[in-house]
Design a protein around this ligand. Structure first.
Ligand code: UD1
Length: 449
C-alpha cells in the first residue's frame, strides 16, 4: 500500500524536481535567499534523514535484486541525482514523502556517466556494488570539486585488492572481475567513500576480507548495518578494522535513515549565533559529541535526550579553536559554519581544516559581510567583529553556502545568498525550517544571473 501511495506522488516530486533541476542546469532558474538579520531563533524543528547515509545505502541495493523501501529519506537534490543515476541503470525508483522505493530487478546498465558523477561525487558509490554483483562497472572519474582536488585512488585500490582489473580510460574507471576474492585492504588515509565501496565489494567476495584504517563515520556504520540486514557477514562495524566474510548472495531489506548530523549541527550553530533557544527533534546527539563540546566551550548550554538536543545560547560567543578530523573529531562538513560563528565571537580563534586543505571558498564571501579572517594555507585566523553587515554573497558549495546563510541571520540589514541550489543538495527546505524558528528568510525563485 505504501508503494502505491508513493507512486501517486512520484510524478509530482521526482518529476517535478528533475524539471526544476533541468532548468537550473540551463542557468535559467537560480533561486536566492533574502535574509533580514537580527532575529533570535526560538522553537523546535525536526531533523531530516542523513544525506550521506542515504547516498551510500541507495547504491547498496544493487547488490541484490528485488524491492527495497527506505524511510526517513531526506528530500534533497543529491538524492534525486542518485535516483536518476540508478534509473539510468534500470532501477525502478518510486518516491513518496520521506519514502523511497527501489526495485533492482531489471538492472541492465553498469555505467555511471560523467553527466551524473560531475554533479555529485557520491555517484562513485555504485563502483563497489556493480563490480561485486555484475562483474563490471564503468564509472566516470569525478575530477575536482568546487574547493579543490578530490582523489579516488583509494576506491580503486580497494576493488583492485579484491581482484578487479581496473583501467582508467578516457576519463572513466573501467573495472572487470569474475568473482571478487577476499583481501586485506589497509587504507593509508581514512576515507568514508573508499571504506563504503570496499565494504560493498567485499560482501560478495569469496573468503574473508579485512578493511584496516576503515572510516567509522556514523553513515558507514549505517551502511554496515544495512548490509547485515541484507544478509552480509560483517564484524567490527563502527571500528577501524572491519572483517567481512563474503557470501554467495544477499537479499533486499528495508531501512530507516539515521538523522543528519550535519544538518543538526548547522541548526545548533544557527541558534548559538543568533542568541537563540532551540530544540531539535529526531536527531542523534551521540553523533555530535565534538560539535556539542565546542559549542559548550563557546558558551552555549546544551541538553540532550535520546533523540533530541536543546541549545540555550549565551549572550556573547567565546572564541574557540577547531581542527577538523575524522569521526568522532570535529567534522570538516561543519568547518565553514563554525567559521561563521567565530566571526562574531569576542576575540580571535583559529580554524584549521586537516581533511580538505582547500575548503575555504566561504572566506571571501564572509569578508564581504564584514568578517575579519586571514587565511594561511589550511588555517584561518578569525578575529571576531562586533557586527556583520548584510550584502550580496555567492554560494560556491554546500557547506560554504550554509555558513553564508548563518552569517546572514545575524548580519545587520539585508543579505542575499545567491545560487542556493548548492544548499538544496544537502539541506531539506532550509528556509522553511529557519522560518519555523522565527528567522526572516525568503526564497526568491527564478532569478537570472
Ligand atoms: C565524505 C562525505 C563528505 C565529507 C567527507 C569527509 C559523503 C557522500 N560525503 O566524502 O560530506 O566531507 O566524507 O568527512 O559521504 N581521499 C584520498 N583518496 C581517495 C579518497 C579520499 O586521498 O580515494 C582523501 C580525501 O582527499 C580527503 C580524505 O581522504 O582528504 C577523506 O575523504 P573521504 O572520507 O573519502 O570523503 P568522501 O567519502 O568523498
Amino acid at each position: 500500500m505504501i508503494l502505491k501511495d508513493i507512486r501517486k506522488t512520484e510524478t509530482l516530486l521526482f518529476g517535478g524536481l528533475s524539471c526544476i533541476f533541468a532548468l537550473h542546469r540551463k542557468g535559467k532558474l537560480l533561486d536566492k535567499f533574502v535574509i533580514t538579520g537580527g532575529k533570535k531563533l526560538r522553537g523546535k524543528i525536526e531533523i531530516s534523514g542523513a544525506k550521506n547515509a542515504a547516498l551510500a545505502l541507495m547504491p547498496a541495493t544493487l547488490l541484490a535484486s528485488g524491492k527495497y523501501l527506505f524511510h526517513n529519506m531526506p528530500e534533497l537534490r543529491d538524492i534525486a541525482t542518485m535516483g536518476k543515476l540508478m534509473q539510468s541503470m534500470g532501477v525502478e525508483v518510486t518516491k513518496g514523502e520521506h519514502l523511497l522505493g527501489l526495485n533492482t530487478f531489471r538492472v541492465n546498465n553498469f555505467e555511471a556517466p560523467y553527466e551524473h558523477v560531475k554533479k555529485m561525487r557520491a555517484s562513485i558509490y555504485v563502483l563497489g556494488p556493480l563490480i561485486a554483483r555484475y562483474g563490471q562497472a564503468k564509472v566516470s572519474l569525478p575530477g575536482g570539486c568546487a574547493w579543490g582536488p578530490r582523489p579516488v585512488n583509494l576506491h580503486i585500490e580497494g576493488i583492485r585488492k579484491l581482484g578487479a582489473r581496473v583501467e582508467i580510460e578516457k576519463g572513466y574507471i573501467n573495472a572487470r572481475a569474475k568473482r571478487l576474492k577476499a583481501a586485506r585492504i589497509s587504507f593509508d588515509v581514512s576515507s568514508v567513500g573508499a571504506t563504503g565501496n570496499a565494504m560493498m565489494a567485499a560482501v560478495l567476495a569469496r573468503g574473508t576480507s579485512a578493511i584496516e584504517n576503515a572510516a567509522i563515520e556514523p553513515e558507514i556504520t549505517a551502511l554496515g548495518e544495512f548490509l547485515v540486514k541484507m544478509g552480509a557477514h560483517i564484524n567490527g562495524i563502527g571500528t577501524t578494522k572491519i572483517e567481512i566474510e563474503g557470501v554467495d548472495a544477499l537479499h533486499p531489506a528495508d531501512e530507516t535513515m539515521i538523522p543528519d548530523r550535519i544538518e543538526t549541527a548547522t541548526f545548533l550553530v544557527a541558534a548559538a549565533m543568533t542568541g537563540g533557544n532551540v530544540k531539535l527533534e529526531n536527531c542523534c546527539p551521540g553523533h555530535l559529541s565534538a560539535v556539542i563540546a565546542k559549542l559548550e566551550e563557546a558558551g552555549s548550554v546544551i541538553e540532550t535526550g535520546n533523540d533530541w538536543i536543546s541549545i540555550k545560547s549565551a549572550k556573547t560567543v567565546k572564541p574557540v579553536d577547531v581542527i577538523t578530523a575524522v569521526y568522532p573529531g570535529f567534522p570538516t562538513d561543519m568547518q565553514a559554519q563554525w567559521m561563521a560563528l567565530m566571526s562574531i565571537a569576542r576575540g580571535s580563534s583559529v580554524v584549521t581544516d586537516s581533511i580538505y586543505f582547500d575548503r575555504f571558498k566561504h572566506v571571501p564571501e564572509l569578508l564581504r559581510l564584514g568578517a575579519d579572517i586571514e587565511l594561511n594555507n589550511n588555517t584561518a585566523i578569525v578575529k571576531g567583529v562586533k557586527k556583520l553587515t548584510g550584502a550580496k554573497v555567492m554560494s560556491t558549495d554546500l557547506r560554504a553556502s550554509a555558513s553564508l546563510v548563518l552569517a546572514g541571520l545575524v548580519a545587520e540589514g539585508r543579505t542575499e545568498v545567491l545560487r542556493v541550489y548548492h544548499l538544496d543538495r544537502g539541506y531539506e527546505r532550509l528556509e522553511k525550517k529557519l522560518q519555523a524558528l522565527g528567522a526572516e528568510i525568503q526564497r526568491v525563485a527564478g532569478q537570472e544571473y
